[in-house]
Design a protein around this ligand. Sequence first.
Ligand code: S3P
Length: 198
Amino acid sequence: MPGRKVATRPRKLPRAVVLIGFMGAGKTSVGSALARQLGWVFEDLDDRIERHEQRKVHEIFRDSGEAGFRRAEHSALKEVLSELRGGAERILALGGGAFVQVHNASLIRAAGVPTVFLDAGIEELWRRCRRQAEQHGVERPLLGSLEHFHQLYKARRPHYLRASLSLETGGKTVKRIAAEVVQTLGLDRRGGSRGEKQ
Ligand code: S3P
């Protein structure tokens, strides 16, 4: 099926899923819907970083630079993965740069948690980010100009494509994307499913 790729299908049904993709890919909205459908907890890694650092992401970038942010991101990721090893059921959304750091990608692979790349066209991603900035005041330190955004996306996409599953999200509702993730990863085959909470 176009726009869908399953590189590795986990032998055991996963108890956690990691969502990756560029800024504006819908990781938070799809992740929340997915968690609702499965009755799992949703977590955004950036929220954990902000809790630990007692600063907003844009403040970490401003005061400690991108390198400081990546260090905090890596340590938050290590922490959450160790919780997942204990069997926690969770949907984890990563910030757009997290999976691009090879040591982060290796940690996730070693933990055996499937990754889902939410993809969309560059114009659509840009539109969503601009809208979130204008309507909801979302500050993304790496948003920059459209040209910079485009270059960053081109450089990162090959990394994202190493995910267990890649899904094209353009023109689809959040609910439909979440349902595709559930179906493709076989999460609808879980025994004792709590079903979807509307
Ligand atoms: C980043 C994306 C952001 C956040 C940080 C860095 C990136 O998350 O982690 O600003 O490198 O693309 P979103 O992808 O949720 O915007």
